[in-house]
Design a protein around this ligand. Structure first.
Ligand SMILES: Nc1ncnc2c1ncn2[C@@H]1O[C@H](COP(=O)(O)OP(=O)(O)O)[C@@H](O)[C@H]1O
Ligand SMILES: [Mg+2]
Length: 579
């Protein structure tokens, strides 16, 4: 925890130090006030008007100084604390941006979100406790003890005797409550994961009428958490009454010893003012102990959060720029040299011995059943993942030699699970090329056949896309994503099942437009429908991570069983649908 605070505090070190200094002063002042009150009461008893005025004045000044310190430390700590969490989030977010798909798979999205929100909050809160309380409580204990010794040795000795007893009691409570809190916080993670999965998949949940089951799942996660927090609070509930008991015992004992001393010494060593202030010191000592115990509970609870944040900050991106990156992609040729690939070290290979050579400008179709590793194959070209064996070359150079931005600019991939961001259509398209002119935008949309439906929207290219693109249809979203990829004028264009929601006629128009307008761009088209790939120069049939056949439509119909069977079954279906 110390490490991440030191790492991310940066420009907020000064407010942190100011807070700590002011808080210590505030503690000292608070200890001086009862002492002054005692002097004031004594003066009242002696009817000494001069000292009443003086002590009264001192009291007012102390109160003002304490107020200033209190307000100042409050403001400085607000700065320091929110600044720390801002920096932490920023650092984490930057790190996450550098993550490869493999890194993200490892943490899972809900867990990353929890770390960015709940965990940062926990650390923020305990940092607040540390700078406001941890310094102040010991100072208060020492000062209050010293001051009370000045008033009465006997009573102070009794306080000291009380301290170990209270400390043990608090220690027991903290020991009991800590594991429960830790468990509760881990449950929090489950709850977040459950909520996020459900909301993200709400459409699926609804179409499969799974609401009851999901509600049950949520209720369970929520109930687990409640049970843990209730147990924790029940243990903590003992804290206040036990402390009260101690305080009143101390007060009674102090008054008893004090009264005896006054009577025996006839008010020479101790007077009423002295007793009243020593009682306040006793309370201050016990309260500070209590605060310390609470702070330690809080800190140890947030330790786990701090560790989870550290995990993100320490995670090394698995895909990084090479030391001396190539900044230019020569052409759109692609070579797979005996490539094998597995997700993660211990997982089975999903691609085996792929040897494939594609010329610049060629149009390649890729077909194969779900899970035949089509997506995995194309992910290697733009280095979304790295090969485990062999090599992938683009433009004659190993993809691992390129600057990542350069490579990904030249290899445009329209992913199967494509995403639009909230913003206007124009803004979304400009992800492809921030400097594109309006004419270029329209040209790309014309090629992707997105212009037709955009012109029917009242706001045209300024139509606002909701988060996740919920206000456009699946086929419209796909066409916008294709247009966005086209704007990059890439050397390689990969469409992963990107026209599945587009009707066959529009699909054919898009392919025709590609052929005519992008002759030099190498095009890879993954599709379920044979009709989407049958006019490609070559078609690859993938089966269980291996190339089962390569050739054009006629060749494959003749030589490849899988291809022929898929084609025939789709033909039959088409005939049935038309009948
Ligand atoms: N991120 C991932 N982590 C682990 N395994 C994965 C991941 N993505 C895909 N796989 C596995 O790789 C295999 C091929 O998947 P994929 O390339 O998506 O097939 P296709 O696109 O042909 O449907 C499947 O067995 C799938 O379970
Ligand atoms: Mg796929």
């Amino acid at each position: 925890m110390i490490r991440i605070i030191r790492h991310s505090l940066r420009e907020y070190k000064i407010p942190t130090i100011i807070t700590m200094i002011l808080v210590i002063f505030e503690g000292i002042l608070e200890c001086m006030i009862p002492f002054t009150i005692a002097q004031l009461i004594s003066s009242v008893r002696l009817s000494d008007m001069d000292s009443i005025r003086n002590y009264g004045l001192v009291l007012v000044l102390l109160a003002i100084a304490s107020l200033v310190c209190g307000a100042g430390s409050g403001m400085a700590s607000a700065d320091a604390v929110t600044g720390l969490s801002r920096n932490l989030r920023k650092d984490m977010f930057e790190r996450i941006q550098s993550f490869s798909f493999e890194n993200i798979d490892k943490f899972s999205t809900p867990s990353i979100v929890t770390r960015l929100t709940t965990d940062v909050m926990n650390v923020q809160q305990s940092f607040m406790m540390i700078i406001r309380m941890v310094m102040r409580a010991p100072v208060m204990i020492i000062f209050a003890t010293v001051m009370s010794f000045r008033i009465s040795r006997d009573i102070s000795m009794m306080f000291l005797g009380m301290i170990p007893f209270v400390a043990v009691m608090l220690f027991i409570i903290v020991r009991l409550v800590m594991p429960v809190f830790r468990r509760a916080f881990r449950k929090y993670d489950n709850l977040n994961a459950s909520v996020e999965e459900n909301i993200e998949g709400i459409r699926v949940v609804k179409t499969y009428v799974h609401e009851d089951l999901e509600e049950e799942k949520f209720k369970k996660a929520s109930h687990d958490m409640m049970a843990n927090f209730t147990t924790a609070e029940r243990i903590l509930a003992w804290n206040a009454p036990l402390l009260q008991l101690c305080i009143y015992t101390v007060i009674t004992a102090a008054l008893y010893i004090g009264a005896q001393t006054i009577i025996n010494s006839q008010g020479l060593t101790l007077n009423v003012g002295g007793i009243s202030s020593i009682v306040v010191y006793g309370m201050q000592i016990l309260m500070s102990l209590n605060i310390l115990s609470m702070v330690f509970t809080m800190i140890s609870m947030s330790m786990e959060s701090a560790e989870r944040i550290e995990e993100i900050l320490d995670e090394e991106p698995t895909i990084k720029n090479p030391a001396d990156p190539v900044l230019e992609v020569a052409d759109g040729s692609i070579d797979f040299d005996h490539v094998s690939f597995a997700y993660g070290k211990d997982s089975a290979e999903v691609l085996e011995d792929i040897d494939l050579h594609i010329h610049e400008g060629e149009t390649i179709g890729i077909v194969g059943g779900t899970g035949s590793s089509k997506t995995s194959l194309i992910s290697l070209i733009s280095r979304l993942y790295d090969v485990t064996g062999g090599s992938v070359k683009v433009g004659g150079r190993d993809v691992r030699d390129y600057d990542l931005d350069t490579l990904r600019r030249e290899v445009a991939v329209v992913l199967q699970k494509n995403v639009l961001f909230s913003g206007t259509i124009k803004e979304n398209l400009r992800w492809g090329d921030p400097d594109a002119t309006d004419e270029e935008l329209m040209e790309a949309c014309r090629l992707a056949r997105a212009d037709e439906f955009i012109s029917t929207f009242p706001d045209g290219y300024d139509t606002y896309i909701e988060q996740g693109g919920t206000n456009v249809s699946g086929g419209q979203k796909q066409r916008l994503c294709i247009a966005r990829a086209l704007l990059r004028k890439p050397k390689v264009l990969i469409l992963d099942d990107s026209t599945s929601a587009v009707d066959t006629y529009t699909d054919a128009c898009i392919r025709k437009a590609f052929r005519e307008s992008l002759p030099k761009t190498t095009k890879l088209i993954i599709a379920q429908r044979i009709s989407s790939v049958q006019d490609c120069d070559r078609i690859i049939v993938l089966d269980q991570g291996r190339i089962n056949g390569i050739g054009n439509h006629e060749e494959l119909l003749r030589s490849n069983t899988i291809y022929r069977e898929v084609f025939e079954s789709q033909q039959r279906k088409a005939v049935e649908e038309n009948a």
